[in-house]
Design a protein around this ligand. Structure first.
Ligand code: NAD
Length: 477
C-alpha cells in the first residue's frame, strides 16, 4: 500500500514525494505525496459539492449505516491496519492490535449508535411576556456545519483521525482530513475502506503532506472550510487559531499536556506503581494523556521511587520515538535534567540492542527526581518515556503542584480514601481526572483539556454538538 490522496472519490499520488522513514531502524520504507494548494482546493471543493449532492441528502439512518460499514471494513482488513500502524509508528504490534485499530472500529460504531439513537431536542412552549406577546412553539434542529477540516497527529494515527471523522460524518458534514506527515498509511487504508463502503464521492477526502507552509496550513486557512477539528501540539493549535481567525472558523482543539499523577500515602502502592508505569511509558510516553509529573506523599516517597525505578529498569520491548528529530528533543531534556543535577533513578540515555534497532530512534524509559518545579523538564511537555517524581506533604500542596502548569489535559489520583478522591478530583485543573486508573475510556464522556491543553470537548454528544449547528425555530401560535 502506497500513501495516496483521496479526493472526490479518486486516489492519486500527485505532488512531490517525501520519504517515509521507519522509526524502528531509521531506514526509508516508502514515499508520501505532498499535497499542493491545488490538491487541497480540489478536496475542499469536492466536499462542498458532496454537501449539495447525494451526501447532503442522506438521512442520519443512512449515515449511521455507512459508519457501520466502515467499521466492518476496517475489521475485515484488521491485520493490514495493524501492520501499517506498527510500521509507521514503531509501536509494539500488540498495542496497535489491542488499542489503535479496535478503537478506530469502536469510534465508528460508537458514533453510529449515538447519532442513530440521539433524541430530537426538546420542544419548548413559551408564553413570552417580556418580548412581544402571544404564544410560541420553539424547537431546535441541528444541521451540519458543512466542510470540516480534520488535522491529526502521529502518535495514535488512526484512532485520533477516526475519533473526529466518525462524528463529523455522522452529523452530516463532508470531511477533508490531513493526517500527520509521519504516519500516512492507515489513513490511506481508511480511505480505501470508505471508498469500498460506497460513500458518495467528496463526503470524505484525504490529503497528505506537512503542516506549516504546506497542506496542513493550506487546509486550515482555507476560506472554503466551515470548522477545524485539530489534535496536536499546543503551539500548532495557536498557529491554526491565528489562521482560523481570518474566517472566524470554529475550532475544536485537543492539544498537549504535562499530566500529573498524585499518589497519596493511603494508596495501594503496588497498583499506583503499576499504573504509573503504564501511564508514563505506554507507547514510550507518546500519548497526550501520559503522566510526566508524579507527586508522591512524603511517607511513601522513597518506597514509591525505588519500586518505580526497579519496574522501569526492567521494561523491555518498548518502541522508538517517532523520528530522529523527536528522539533528539527528548534526549535534550535528559541532558538538561542531568545538567541541572537531577537524580536519574532509571534510564536517562539511549539503549543498545546490538541489532538493526540501533539505527532507530529509541531512548530509555527514564525516572527522574530532585528537580525544582521551575525546571523546564518539569514544566514543558517532553512527549517521551520520562517522568519526574517529587514529594508533597498534604492535599492542598498536592493540588497546588498539580495545577501549577500551563497545561490541563489529564490527571490521575491514587488513593484508597473515597472522600479524598472526591475532594481532590474536582480541584485539579484538568479535563479528565482518573482515580485509581489511567486511560479508562468511555467514548460517551467529555474528552478534552483546559488551559493550553485545548478548546472544547469531544466524545459522545459533545462531538455531535461541535460538528453541528443548533437552529431554533420559533413558530407563533
Ligand atoms: P503537531 O502539532 O506537530 O502536528 C499535528 C498535525 O498538525 C500534523 O498533521 C501536522 O502536519 C499538522 N500541522 C503542523 N503545523 C501546522 C500548521 N501550521 N497548520 C496546520 N497544520 C499543521 O503534533 P504532533 O507532533 O504530530 O503530535 C504530538 C502532539 O500532539 C503533542 O503535543 C501531544 O500532546 C498532542 N496530542 C494531543 C492529544 C489530545 O487528545 N489532547 C492527543 C494526541 C496528541
Amino acid at each position: 500500500m502506497k500513501p495516496a490522496h483521496y479526493v472526490n472519490g479518486a486516489f492519486s499520488t500527485e505532488g512531490a514525494a517525501f520519504p517515509l522513514v521507519s522509526p524502528v531502524d531509521g531506514r526509508q520504507v516508502g514515499a508520501v505525496p505532498e499535497a499542493s494548494r491545488e490538491t487541497v482546493d480540489a478536496a475542499v471543493n469536492a466536499a462542498r459539492s458532496a454537501l449539495g449532492g447525494d451526501w447532503g441528502r442522506t438521512s442520519v439512518e443512512e449515515r449511521c449505516a455507512f459508519l457501520r460499514r466502515i467499521a466492518d471494513g476496517i475489521e475485515a482488513r484488521f491485520d493490514e491496519f495493524v501492520d501499517a500502524e506498527t510500521a509507521d509508528t514503531g509501536k509494539p504490534r500488540e498495542l496497535a492490535a489491542t488499542v489503535d485499530i479496535p478503537r478506530a472500529v469502536g469510534n465508528f460504531r460508537a458514533y453510529a449508535d449515538l447519532a442513530y439513537g440521539r433524541p430530537e431536542r426538546a420542544y419548548q412552549t413559551r408564553v413570552p411576556g417580556w418580548s412581544g406577546s402571544g404564544q410560541a412553539l420553539n424547537y431546535t434542529v441541528r444541521r451540519p456545519l458543512g466542510v470540516v477540516a480534520v488535522v491529526s497527529p502521529w502518535n495514535l494515527p488512526l484512532l485520533l483521525l477516526t475519533w473526529k471523522v466518525a462524528p463529523a460524518l455522522a452529523a452530516g458534514n463532508a470531511v477533508v482530513a490531513k493526517p500527520s506527515e509521519e504516519t500516512p498509511s492507515t489513513a490511506t487504508l481508511l480511505a480505501e475502506v470508505i471508498d469500498a463502503a460506497g460513500l458518495p464521492p467528496g463526503a470524505f477526502n484525504l490529503v497528505h503532506g506537512h503542516g506549516a507552509g504546506a497542506a496542513g496550513e493550506y487546509l486550515t486557512s482555507h476560506a472554503g472550510i466551515d470548522a477545524i477539528a485539530f489534535t496536536g501540539a499546543s503551539a500548532t493549535g495557536a498557529a491554526i487559531m491565528r489562521a482560523a481567525a481570518d474566517h472566524v472558523t470554529p475550532v475544536s482543539f485537543e492539544l498537549g499536556g504535562k499530566n500529573p499523577a498524585l499518589v497519596f500515602a493511603d494508596a495501594d502502592l503496588t497498583e499506583a506503581v503499576e499504573g504509573t508505569v503504564r501511564s508514563a511509558f505506554t507507547h514510550s510516553g507518546q500519548i497526550c494523556l501520559c503522566t510526566e509529573r508524579v507527586y508522591v506523599q512524603r511517607p511513601v516517597f522513597e518506597e514509591f521511587v525505588r519500586a518505580l525505578g526497579e519496574r522501569t529498569r526492567a521494561l523491555t520491548g518498548y518502541g522508538p520515538m517517532i523520528s530522529a528529530e523527536h528522539r533528539d528533543k527528548v534526549l535534550s531534556y535528559y541532558r538538561l535534567a542531568a545538567g541541572e543535577g537531577a537524580t536519574i533513578v532509571a534510564g536517562g540515555g539511549v539503549p543498545r540492542f546490538g541489532d538493526e534497532r540501533d539505527g532507530g530512534f529509541h531512548v530509555e524509559p527514564t525516572v527522574l527526581t530532585g528537580l525544582p518545579e521551575s525546571s523546564r523538564v518539569v514544566r514543558e511537555e517532553i512527549f517521551g518515556p520520562v517522568c519526574h517524581v517529587a514529594p508533597f506533604d498534604d492535599e492542598d500542596e498536592a493540588v497546588r503542584l498539580a495545577n501549577d502548569s500551563p497545561y490541563g489535559l489529564a490527571a490521575t489520583v491514587w488513593t484508597t480514601d473515597l472522600s479524598r478522591a472526591h475532594r481532590v478530583a474536582p480541584r485539579v485543573e484538568a479535563g479528565i481526572v482518573w482515580v485509581n486508573c489511567w486511560n479508562l475510556r468511555d467514548l460517551r464522556t467529555p474528552f478534552g483539556g483546559v488551559k493550553a491543553s485545548g478548546i472544547g470537548r469531544e466524545g459522545g454528544e459533545y462531538s455531535l454538538d461541535f460538528f453541528s449547528e443548533p437552529v431554533n425555530v420559533c413558530v407563533k401560535i
